[in-house]
Design a protein around this ligand. Structure first.
Ligand code: NAD
Length: 276
């Protein structure tokens, strides 16, 4: 029987641990959340992030800017928040409108307040194994594996996807945990053969149900990062869950797997940004 990795439960445990720490150590922190425009998905994510702050006992300050906000205006706000001692973490909800250069905005956030872990300094630290802010989704996946008692060291770990937010930091984190890591992407040849070698397969391909049992080694651990809404309104991942389930030793469901971990790890980063 495959173990279903319960991300909802594990993320709740992490948030409870943080709540206790914040109360016990009198941690004072405020997260600034900036949203430009009102993309419905972004509104939901921003709302959930603010709720999580409230739950663990830290503050959040919301900046809801109109779609027409210029790059200069946004950079000015980031500068002001960088200089504001009350603000310990700054989060700019992506995607930004096309008129704004995302890279420029991310690079402007002080590396000390980079709770999303997207700043080049944070990525560089991760790359050379120094402590710093780590991108929340891949950090959450490592936490899921550890708290589920799944060893990484010495195992064949394959990541499908090489985005800056998921695939690349995921590969670096698996490497830092002594996995033997292969990264696959849209130009990879023989994807199925490579995936079939994996003890741990992390799928962040952004294609609904693309990964079927043909990609899975018997007894593998499968982590599904994808999140899509089907025509019938249900959520599904990048993995064909029903098809692969009989072949895996452990798997994350969608919803309730990786998704809830992202916000829990954001809270971990906020507490860290406050110096704890
Ligand atoms: P992305 O589109 O930036 O990257 C997708 C990657 O998949 C690319 O590197 C590309 O090379 C690779 N790819 C595309 N087609 C491929 C193919 N046929 N074969 C092999 N590789 C292929 O996406 P992303 O931002 O990394 O996100 C991936 C998925 O994870 C999306 O479904 C996204 O919605 C989801 N996501 C979920 C969370 C969460 O909190 N659960 C967070 C971030 C992203």
């Amino acid at each position: 029987m495959a173990k279903i990795i319960d991300g909802k439960l594990i993320s709740a445990q992490i948030k409870d641990e943080l709540k206790e720490k914040v109360a016990k150590e009198h941690i004072k922190a405020t997260l600034a959340v900036i949203q430009v425009g009102n993309d419905p998905a972004s509104c939901v994510y921003v709302g959930n992030k603010k709720k999580a702050c409230e739950y663990i006992g830290i503050g959040s300050r919301s900046y809801e800017l109109p779609e027409e906000t210029t790059e200069e205006e946004l950079l000015d706000l980031v500068d002001r928040l960088n200089a504001d001692d009350e603000i310990k973490g700054i989060l700019v909800q992506l995607p930004l409108p096309k008129t704004i250069d995302e890279k420029k905005v991310i690079n402007r956030i002080s590396p000390d307040k980079d709770v999303d872990g997207f700043h080049p300094q944070s990525v560089g630290r991760l790359c050379i194994g120094e402590d710093g802010f780590v991108s929340c989704t891949p950090a959450g996946i490592i936490e899921l594996l550890k708290r589920s008692g799944i060893p990484i060291e010495g195992r064949e770990c394959t990541v499908i996807g090489r985005s800056n937010i998921v695939g690349k930091p995921m590969a670096l984190l698996l490497l830092a945990n002594n996995g033997t890591v292969t990264v696959c992407h849209s130009r990879t040849k023989d994807l199925k053969e490579i995936c079939k070698r994996a003890d741990i397969l992390v799928v962040a391909v952004g294609k609904p149900k693309m990964i079927t049992s043909e990609y899975i080694k018997e007894g593998a651990v499968v982590i599904d990062v994808g999140i899509h809404r089907t025509e019938s309104g249900k959520l599904c991942g990048d993995v064909d869950y029903e098809d692969v389930l009989p072949h895996v030793s452990a798997i994350t469901p969608v919803p309730g797997g990786v998704g809830p971990m992202t916000i829990a790890m954001l809270m971990v980063n906020c507490v860290k940004a406050a110096g704890f």
